[in-house]
Design a protein around this ligand. Structure first.
Ligand code: NAD
Ligand code: DAU
Length: 352
């Protein structure tokens, strides 16, 4: 399938920016990317530094809020959008517990607006790929995996809003025949992840000698996937996936949180030995649990593997080492985020 004008939403975030780099440099995609991002606290144009210079004809950025329906209709017409890869979302569970409002607006209403804009394009529209999460399935006990047939049982405002958006995507395929694909992925990690999520937060706190806050007993399990493996899976589904279908994506890397935090401490000790004060494990601090904290996620991706041949390339041990090296080599990036400096820069460049 040839795509000429691909709208990527949320392309300045963690996965979206990795996806844009991957698509332009590592795949057979020859079209143009229009990156529409409203630049919330999680959107950082620095994640895409150098991309416009390297691909001046094939990449452009528009500051745009997916909650603004008329603006989306304009963008679709102006750039003759024939496909969408939809990342834009409020993505952090803890924030959704404190203030769910923007999760409802962006994740549900924003997705609805995009679906409507795509529907209005009529027959020229080729594909709407929706990026979603395994959290829509709820929590697992000690055994078993989520499959595409697992009933939805979201437990946080974040996962409930993502579940709602998934249902809308499915309905637009069934009702209007919109060509859609949908992927539900497990926890990602890698370069450019905002340092509120477990792995980058622990790396930076360990480097700075700050406490490492572990929720509850630290024995909740997530299934970790290196971000470029996710990007490859998304593109495979967009190119070869059956329309109207959902595909689970996972890393085959189940880990308890406390084991990850200990690995990070040991790797940071090795790669950036502390001047004084000894081993980083002493910074581990158990804190009260997250309300509604899902105990375990694990993904069965045999549908994606069986139909399209995808499987993850990176092991957790090598991916984590690579990630820590990236954060060590990019202290200026994280310093600008942690100090808030990146937001003043965004305001100067793009306005409020
Ligand atoms: P992120 O928080 O790093 O980035 C989100 C991006 O969306 C930011 O650039 C932000 O500015 C933009 N955005 C937010 N609201 C917007 C709006 N109203 N209009 C336009 N842009 C807006 O998120 P991420 O971790 O890169 O996640 C991307 C997608 O992948 C999300 O849909 C998330 O649900 C899904 N997902 C994430 C993970 C993970 O582990 N991070 C796993 C599975 C699925
Ligand atoms: O499973 C996919 C989901 O993974 C995505 O849909 C979400 O967008 C993404 O944020 C992520 O959600 P989690 O809640 O699993 O990720 P987070 O990094 O916030 O937390 C991972 C685990 O670590 C979780 O069990 C909570 C725990 N945790 C997290 C933080 C931030 C801690 O123990 N301490 C912390 O400080």
């Amino acid at each position: 399938m040839d795509i000429e004008n691909l709208l990527v939403t949320g392309g300045c975030g963690f996965i979206g920016s990795n996806f844009i780099r991957h698509l332009l440099a590592k795949t057979g995609f020859r079209g143009r990317i229009i990156n529409a991002d409203s630049l919330t606290y999680a959107g950082n144009p620095e994640n895409l530094s150098g991309v416009k210079d390297e691909f001046p004809e094939r990449y452009l950025f528009r500051k745009a809020d997916i909650c603004d329906a008329p603006l989306l209709q304009e963008l679709f017409a102006e750039y003759r959008i024939d496909a969408v890869c939809h990342f834009a979302a409020e993505s952090h569970v803890d924030r959704s517990i404190k203030r769910p409002d923007s999760f409802i607006q962006t994740n549900i209403i924003g997705t609805f607006n995009l679906l409507e804009a795509a529907r209005a394009r009529g027959g020229g529209f080729r594909l709407f790929h929706h990026i979603s999460t395994d959290e829509v399935y709820g929590s697992l006990g000690p055994v078993g995996h989520f499959t595409e047939e697992t009933p939805y049982r979201p437990n946080s405002p974040y996962s409930a809003s993502k579940a709602s958006s998934d249902h809308l995507v499915r309905a637009y395929h069934e009702t209007y025949g919109l060509p859609t694909t949908l992927s539900n992925c497990s926890n990602n990690y890698g370069p450019c992840q905002f340092p509120e999520k477990l792995i980058p937060l622990m790396i930076l706190n360990a480097l700075e000698g700050k406490p490492l806050p572990v929720y509850g007993d630290g024995r909740n399990v997530r299934d970790w996937l290196y971000v470029t493996d996710h990007c490859e899976a998304i593109w495979t589904i967009m190119m070869e996936g059956r329309r109207g279908e959902t595909y689970n994506i996972g890393g085959q890397a189940e880990m308890e949180n406390i084991a990850i935090v200990e690995m990070i401490c040991d790797l940071v000790d090795e790669l950036a030995p502390a001047a004084a004060g000894g081993f980083r494990r002493r910074l581990i601090t158990y804190v009260p649990d997250r309300p509604g904290h899902d105990r375990r996620y694990a993904i069965d991706f045999s549908k994606l593997h069986g139909e399209l041949g995808w499987s993850p390339g990176e092991s957790f041990a090598s991916g984590l080492r690579k990630t820590i090296r990236w954060y060590l080599a990019n202290r200026a990036w994280s310093d600008r985020i942690r100090s808030g400096e990146y937001q003043s820069w965004i305001r100067e460049q793009y306005g409020q």
